[in-house]
Design a protein around this ligand. Structure first.
Ligand code: FAD
Length: 432
């Protein structure tokens, strides 16, 4: 273990009369499971707020902590190399005395004993545990789902495996028209591939956006040469060892050399659920990201948390902002602060030259306004509830994004017709 002695005298402290009091080292250890955006930022934040005890950052991923968003964008396009994905350089972790246990999967949590067990049979004791295990990509369950050439895109090794095959690919099929599938489609088009996107719903981005944005994004992809097939179910993947095509529910076969499955993630909650934590669509946490287990926090993609921005009850968000901001709250909570997680959700996606920025949470909206003209390729889709703006999807419209955020916070009653005209500044609609 590196660093613990440097930061804290773990073995003893002096009591009021100057006698050494033996302390159990475990009390001071923060173990963090998962070294993605949540876990890595929790370790960084702990040092920033002055935590001096040992930090053990344990991750199943063998790589140094890295950023995931570029995996379906710049990394796939060859515009960013693996070094530039790193959340911090290698030296940072050693200098801060943060112990990295990489390539180690935690398989069990004993909450009463404050102990973790990893797949290589190591046991790790902790005083406080931060569960930041993210999510696992959903796989197809049909035959052929495990053929060579069928990919998902969550980790760096997923992206490397995908890139390693590209030279031999003429046609790629992407299953799922969510953000990751569409970003990958844009990258593949730039690589000169023939791309077919299959989506079971009747529009792209159906889970996250309103129809006007879906139709705009769909048109954009079609214009760039992507074949978008909506309302389309996959029957199975065909091939011997390697994929040669995708059979659709109607029997049609689309020939291809590569399939990317982008149908979402399931939160990685197994060991905590088995340890007795309360779970729903994620690990249930309070406003400080505390789980129902003593001294156990959960953050990031796996945490189901309360949010004043949600009109649909607790939410589980999959975004860098959410993971990083929750990490910061937990670090403060461990240091005894009563700070709570209250950040406004935001998200971004880049496809071709489109910069999509989302702020707020649209679920529960009762009105949608298109602001500006989609044909100009700069516009926003605004979501209202009871006459107040609750979220915006901004396309090449950063001003709307910045001012819209303030409009959401202000809870001002606004008229749809005022919002619709891009000539009216959103900032001017905020009541004093
Ligand atoms: P992760 O970053 O997934 O980290 C979890 C880590 O835990 C993983 O390294 C995993 O290996 C490890 N782990 C899991 N189980 C265990 C275990 N039992 N033991 C040990 N380790 C374990 N968000 C945006 O806001 N904007 C974007 O543009 C964007 N683009 C994205 C593009 C891609 C390709 C992907 C995959 C995600 C993208 N996201 C984007 C989402 C964003 O990356 C996630 O929301 C964020 O990474 C969540 O952080 P996390 O720490 O909760 O989980």
């Amino acid at each position: 273990m590196c660093g613990s002695g440097v930061f804290y005298d773990l073995a003893s402290e002096l009591d009021g009369e100057g006698h050494a009091v033996l302390r159990d080292e475990r009390q001071f250890v923060v173990a963090i499971v998962g070294a993605g955006h949540g876990g890595a930022n929790a370790a960084i934040a702990l040092r920033q707020v002055g935590f001096k005890g040992p930090i053990r950052l344990i991750s199943a991923d063998p790589n140094l902590p890295y950023e995931r968003p570029p995996l379906s964008k710049e990394y796939l396009l060859g515009e960013k190399d693996s070094e530039r994905l790193l959340i911090r350089p290698a030296s940072f972790w050693t200098e801060r005395g943060i112990e990295l246990l990489l390539g180690e999967q935690v398989k069990a949590v004993d909450a009463a004993a404050h102990r973790l067990t990893t797949t290589s049979a190591n046991t790790i004791e902790y005083g406080q545990l931060i569960w930041a295990a993210g999510g696992e990509t959903r796989r197809l369950s049909c035959s052929g789902h495990d053929l060579v050439g069928v990919h998902s895109l969550r980790s760096r090794s997923d992206a490397d495996a995908f890139l390693a095959e590209l030279a031999h690919v003429t046609t790629a099929v992407i299953v799922g028209a969510g953000y990751i599938g569409l970003e990958a489609a844009a990258a593949l088009i730039k690589h000169g591939k023939s791309v077919i996107v299959l989506e079971a719903q009747d529009r792209v981005l159906a889970r996250v956006a309103a129809e006007p944005l879906s139709r705009f994004v769909e048109a954009e992809h079609r214009h760039r040469g992507v074949e978008v097939r909506l309302g389309t179910q996959v029957d199975c993947i065909i091939g011997d060892e390697r994929v040669t095509g995708v059979r659709l529910a109607g029997g049609e076969v689309i020939g291809c050399e590569l399939v990317l499955v982008g149908i979402g993630i399931d939160p990685a909650i197994g060991p905590l659920r088995e340890a007795g934590a309360e779970v729903g669509n994620g690990i249930v946490v309070d406003a400080q990201c505390r789980t129902s287990l003593p001294d156990v926090f959960a953050i990031g993609d796996c945490a189901l948390h309360p949010s004043r921005f949600s009109s649909a009850g607790p939410v589980r968000l999959e975004s860098v902002q959410n993971a990083a901001d929750q990490a910061s709250v937990v670090a403060k909570a461990i240091m005894g602060s009563d700070a709570v997680y209250d950040a406004m959700p935001w998200f971004w996606s880049n496809q071709y030259d489109l910069k999509l920025q989302t702020v707020g949470l649209a679920a529960g909206h009762d009105e949608v306004v298109v602001r500006g003209e989609p044909a100009t390729r700069s516009f926003s889709v605004i979501y209202l509830r009871h006459g107040r703006v609750i979220a915006l999807d901004c396309v090449n419209a950063t001003k709307d994004y910045v001012q819209g955020r303030k409009l959401i916070l202000s809870k001002t009653q606004v008229k749809a017709e005022d919002l619709a005209s891009a000539d009216n500044r959103l900032a001017d609609m905020i009541s004093p």
